[in-house]
Ligand binder design. Structure first.
Ligand code: GLN
Length: 199
């Protein structure tokens, strides 16, 4: 099974570990550079991007993760994790810094100005079956994508209809919502396949 880490500095680490294991990965928490060396792919969980950013420096994980991303390691970020993968962040804190890698602009807490949390249907390109029952919690949306970024999903109902909430660029995958919270393993399976194909 592909070995997939979950960046375990802050956020809903346990839920991602369970979803990855359910999707057939050998899932492990990653907190230190030596643990990162042992994985073929990495999930950056939902949580708080400003905190994850700060802890990435304190735990000296920033440079190792930047290097692995530059080397083509597959990474999947949900919510705060999406923010950490964006080349540009609007409404971020001045001192927050992501790993970047996806040529997109995200707006932090974007939906929060209307509603803090909501659920909506999202269809994801490359995922068969029913639309995702997507859960958004103070979520970012994608405001702009550059060339090379594939839009995988948009909100299909409710006040945020048509907002981009799932993207992929090469081996980097990001969603505004939290499939790890709803027991729907299709996105984690997609990511496990991506890691398998890359390693
Ligand atoms: N608002 C959070 C942030 O800025 C993201 C929320 C989440 O991950 N559920 O990082």
């Amino acid at each position: 099974a592909p070995v997939i880490g979950v960046l375990a500095l802050q956020g809903d680490v346990r839920e991602h570990l369970a979803a990855l294991a359910g999707a057939g990965a050998d899932a492990r928490p990653v907190r230190r550079p030596v643990e990162l060396d042992a994985v073929d792919g990495l999930v950056i969980p939902g949580g708080e991007s400003t905190t994850i950013s700060k802890l990435a420096d304190i735990f000296e994980m920033r440079e190792p993760i930047d290097k692995r991303i530059a080397g083509g390691m597959p990474v999947y970020g949900s919510c705060a994790g999406m923010i950490m993968l964006a080349d540009e962040v609007l409404d971020g804190r001045p001192d927050q810094r992501g790993f970047a890698g996806i040529g997109m602009t995200v707006r932090r807490n974007a939906f929060g100005r209307q509603v803090d949390s909501f659920e909506a249907a999202v269809e994801i390109t490359g995922v068969e079956g029913e639309p995702f029952h997507a859960v958004f919690i103070r979520a970012p949306w994608v405001e702009r994508v550059g060339p090379g970024v594939e839009v995988l999903g948009r909100v299909t109902d409710g006040p945020a209809t048509d907002r981009i909430v799932a993207v992929r660029q090469g081996n980097l995958l990001a969603t505004s919502f939290h499939p790890e919270l709803t027991g729907d393993l299709r996105l984690h399976r997609l990511f496990v396949d991506l890691v398998r194909a890359a390693s």
